[in-house]
Design a protein. Sequence first.
Length: 262
Amino acid sequence: MKLMTYLCLMITLVLITIPTQADTTHIAVASNFTGAMKELIHVFEKSSSHKVKASYGSSGKIYAQIKHGAPFQIFFSADQAKPFALYQQGLTAEKPFTYAFGALALWSSHPDVQHNELTRLQANDFNKLSFANPKLAPYGIAAREVLENLNLIQATQKKWVQGENIAQAYQFVGSGNADLGFVALSQVKNKTTYWSVPSKLYSPIRQDAVLLSSGPNMSSGKNDTAANAFLQFVHSEQSQAIIESYGYTAKRKLLEDTGAIQ
């Protein structure tokens, strides 16, 4: 009897001392959100045993990869359409949600002291104009809308250089291959000069995320604790403050400004 009691006690002590198993979640992130996401992951991992592995790219390419079985567990898109399409196709574990509202900027890595970016664009005073491919990236759609609303499509079209995503559009300007470029405001928030494009010139860039059902753990029916823990963190006020610091409007902030908090 004493032996059994001793064994039960030892088993209980072992179970108590076993640490909670840490999981790793693999997420796919639109390239415009790279800087903000890297900080979010850093802060999350400092206070969690879980790890986050992130892959960055254009929303269009990520969407295609997910449809072909890429083992991502969360998709942070640069638009609403692609996460919602995956939801309609039964490839998600739940409905998408909005994690940020993006903003567009016109930037030059070699600013002209006499003419700002908008003036140079309107005067056609540049060699190349860079922006993301509208067929692949929501920020590319927004850039084209700006040119349409400014009646500059025909005047600038021969000088367009389209990147696969917003990160490549930024690189074209940074390397000097393009004088001007439409980029995400988050990419140039710490730069000295840029034109913050008025939101009235393009459709809202509402960025949605969704928990997928195609990840390695999800497909086997296993509850992915790391993915769920990270999503919970993204909804937190700490996370929302980080998102806002990168030039985005967080959903919480938008609801506060419109008085729509429930």
